[in-house]
Design a binder for this molecule. Structure first.
Ligand SMILES: CCCCCCCCCCCCCCCCCC(=O)SCCNC(=O)CCNC(=O)[C@H](O)C(C)(C)COP(=O)(O)OP(=O)(O)OC[C@H]1O[C@@H](n2cnc3c(N)ncnc32)[C@H](O)[C@@H]1OP(=O)(O)O
Ligand SMILES: Cc1cc2nc3c(=O)[nH]c(=O)nc-3n(C[C@H](O)[C@H](O)[C@H](O)COP(=O)(O)OP(=O)(O)OC[C@H]3O[C@@H](n4cnc5c(N)ncnc54)[C@H](O)[C@@H]3O)c2cc1C
Length: 672
């Protein structure tokens, strides 16, 4: 046992724990979705983490990029073995249920950045499940699940990521040999970005423009072998490599890929939604044209809980650190206060906790909607898909964007030490800021939602029935919403605000069209407002889901847990109402007096939450192995841990660095 492991808990943190007035474990069970899930999660974490296999003997930060990657592959293999051999029998592994979520989270103990296998489990396997016929699935899925092959998802190209219809890679069917010929006609058609593609994967899903009988049928997914299964050499006709250093994701070997008339068998086209027959006839099977985009929708849903989880990690670190950090002396006759006592610090941090709850609960709610949509789609009914696409797009955009912003707030809240890699926060930020871009850029996805909102507004205008998440749009045709500061009243105001914004967009577009612009031009000139309207819609959806899920989940909870959860969900509403005062003045009857009262109520709420703050973040139940943080560990020994990490730096291994003799000494001597 190291010196650090023997150390006692920091007394400030011990004091915070002692004054917490609610049952932390009860809140943990609620956040986990029930006590049995907590028990199962802990079992999985014990198996994966108690052996110490997740730890590095040498700090990863001081490894070269190549060493970091090799270390990540080593640990990915250990983790894959655990998943295959230990978790499956323990839990009766459901592929994408609660267990996959827990397994995904537990993996974070092994990787400060990400696993090179992330895309294998995150997109290769789900695409096999979503895009293959049952015959194809029975061939590919067992091989992928057993890790006999490693795959990734190569859709984005150098020239196009957002505009999928603009992809240039071609897959041309040759009926003579019953093969597709994959080709990269230009530099911009090279696949770029796929995680694990650079060195790790030997298979990948390639999204390419399908040509048969001289006709282009748009983009379709294909399973493509890129490396020899034994030697791992790239196959003839394949050019593959790694794209170089990035802001984060540096253990994910994101790669590039080009094809030179590379042939694959006909049945390597993923044929659940469309088929090419032996003679080259194209047959559309799916009832909805965008079902080939299914994996992206699945991952967007996953990313909402990823945002919540990473935010939970960041605020656990920042709140624990704020409890042990003392700074300044506002009252001359008293000692330095814990920085958590400053109202401005609480303002930075408590919204991060509330947002972690809001996103966690919204994500569970979204999963339930997704399961319902999937069940209906299995029966051939795709009616709910447009609403779900609009919903998952905006939730992915707003959750990842909020999480990135608030993780940065957590860094600010940790002052200088938050800037240390060893605080854990920079890695969290680098990871989450990428999620705002990948799987659909923030702006682009909000514009998809806006498209749906404008159509729904037109339906409301024509007095046609509306789907549930947009039924509030009828508020756009009633009088100004009267301000009501109760939680239900604030949710209604957010809906009125979103309805008002959509209405303003539609009116502006119509005006622009009357003045001679085409529909596309009128849309384009209104996109700033459309993005804002879609964000407002999403905020109303999250607020509503957070409030009603809190009510549902605390219906039978102990009184103090109920109070804590209600305080946080009310804080979320107050915070966003204050952030959107300008809009509320436009679309509700809020007055100056109401605003002053709202600000006061917000500040009082911060003070009420303060005594339980450490208890609340500890209900996320994040083991030290998952936090990777000198500042946020359970024992609160931040200074000892910072010094310990500093001493592990290779820069401290010798008293004098050779650069002294090579450069510094000659320069200083020459200047004598
Ligand atoms: C043991 C298990 C362990 C499991 C662990 C799991 C761990 C998971 C963790 C996750 C980590 C994964 C890491 C992922 C890394 C990044 C991967 C990538 O980025 S990959 C790359 C990701 N790349 C991206 O995300 C690219 C983003 N770009 C896009 O998605 C599209 O190009 C687009 C949507 C922007 C436009 O598409 P376009 O074809 O031009 O369409 P138009 O605009 O012309 O609209 C026409 C109509 O179509 C409609 N519609 C559209 N989409 C959908 C849909 N999905 N559905 C339904 N409808 C849809 C639309 O509403 C409209 O309807 P209407 O109004 O006519 O009625
Ligand atoms: C870490 C990471 C991992 C990734 N992993 C993968 C992977 O495994 N597989 C894979 O296939 N891809 C992957 N990607 C690629 C990713 O999916 C794309 O980068 C993403 O979809 C954004 O597309 P883009 O790069 O073309 O951005 P662009 O579309 O070029 O965006 C640039 C700017 O243009 C704006 N813009 C673009 N179109 C419009 C529009 N219509 N209206 C208004 N504004 C617009 C955007 O808002 C943005 O501000 C990864 C990316 C990252 C960063």
């Amino acid at each position: 046992m190291s010196q650090l492991e023997k150390m006692e808990v920091n007394p400030d943190l011990a004091m915070e724990r002692a004054k917490c007035n609610f049952n932390i474990m009860e809140l943990t069970h609620i956040l986990d979705g029930g006590e049995e899930n907590t028990v199962r999660r802990k079992k999985i974490e014990d198996i994966a983490l108690n052996s110490g296999a997740s730890k590095d003997a040498f700090p990863e930060e001081h490894m070269s990029p190549k060493e970091k990657y090799e270390n990540a592959v080593r640990k990915s293999c250990i983790f894959a073995d655990l998943v295959k051999n230990d978790f499956a029998h323990l839990t009766g592994l459901e592929t994408f249920g609660i267990n996959s979520n827990v397994i995904r989270r537990t993996a974070d103990a092994f990787f400060k950045e990400v696993s090179p296998f992330l895309l294998h489990m995150g997109m290769f396997v789900p695409t096999i499940m979503g895009q293959c016929t049952s015959d194809q699935m029975s061939y590919w899925l067992p091989r992928a699940m057993a890790m006999q092959i490693i795959g990734t998802y190569a859709q984005t190209e150098l020239g196009h990521g957002t505009f999928i219809r603009g992809l240039e890679t071609t897959a041309t069917y040759d009926p003579e040999t019953e093969e597709f010929v994959l080709h990269s006609p230009t530099l911009s058609s090279y696949k770029w970005w796929a995680g694990g593609l650079g060195n790790t994967a030997n298979y990948c899903i390639v999204v390419a423009q399908l040509y048969t009988k001289g006709e282009c049928h748009g983009t379709h997914p294909f399973i493509v072998q890129i490396r020899d299964e034994d030697t791992h050499m790239p196959l003839p006709g394949i050019t593959v490599g790694e794209i170089g250093p990035k802001m984060g994701f540096n253990t994910a070997d994101n790669g590039f890929l080009g094809f030179d008339h590379y042939r694959i068998p006909r049945d390597h086209m993923m044929m659940k939604n469309a088929q090419v027959l032996k003679d080259g006839t194209y047959v559309k099977v799916a009832r909805h044209g965008k079902l080939t985009y299914g994996t992206m929708v699945f991952v967007r849903v996953m990313l909402v809980s990823e945002a919540a989880f990473n935010l939970a990690k960041a605020c656990t670190i920042a709140v624990r650190y704020s409890a042990i950090r003392r700074q300044s002396k506002p009252k001359p006759d008293e000692g330095e206060p814990q920085i958590l006592d400053y109202a401005t610090q609480q303002h930075k941090l408590f919204i991060t906790i509330a947002t972690a709850h809001a996103l966690q609960l919204s994500s569970s709610w979204l999963w339930r909607s997704f399961s319902a949509v999937l069940t209906e789609m299995k029966e051939g009914n795709t009616d709910k898909l447009p609403e779900f696409h609009a919903l998952s797009s905006c939730l992915k955009a707003v959750s990842t964007s909020d999480a990135a912003y608030l993780i940065e707030q957590c860094r600010h809240a940790c002052g200088g030490h938050g800037y240390m890699i060893s605080s854990g926060i920079p890695h969290l930020y680098n990871f989450v800021s990428a999620t705002r871009t990948y799987e659909g850029d923030y702006t682009v996805l909000l514009l998809q939602t806006a498209r749906f909102l404008v159509k729904a507004y037109e339906q409301a205008e024509a007095k046609q029935p509306l789907t549930p998440t947009v039924s509030y749009l009828k508020l756009a045709f009633t009088r100004k919403e009267p301000w009501d500061s109760s939680p239900a009243g604030i949710v209604r105001s957010f809906q009125a605000l979103a309805a008002g914004k959509v209405s303003t967009c539609v009116k502006n577009m119509r005006k622009r069209m009357r003045s001679g612009l085409s529909e596309v031009e009128a849309w384009e000139t209104s996109t700033i407002q459309l993005v804002s309207a879609a964000e407002a819609h999403c905020r109303a959806v999250i607020s509503d889901a957070y409030k009603s899920e809190t009510e549902r989940l605390t219906a039978n909870s102990s009184p103090n847990v109920k109070i804590v959860m209600e305080q946080l969900s009310t804080l979320y509403l107050y915070y966003w109402a204050l952030e959107r005062i300008g809009d509320l003045l436009l679309y509700t009857s809020i007055s100056e007096k109401d605003i002053v009262e709202l600000q006061t109520a917000y500040e009082e709420l911060l003070q009420k939450i303060r005594p339980n703050a450490v208890g609340i973040v500890e209900a996320f139940d994040l083991r030290d192995e998952l936090l990777h943080s000198t500042l946020g560990s359970y024992d609160g020994r931040a200074y000892e841990r910072l010094m310990d990490e500093a001493l592990r730096s290779p820069m401290n291994k010798e008293p004098i660095n050779q650069s002294y003799y090579k450069y510094l000494r000659p320069m200083m001597k020459a200047n004598l």
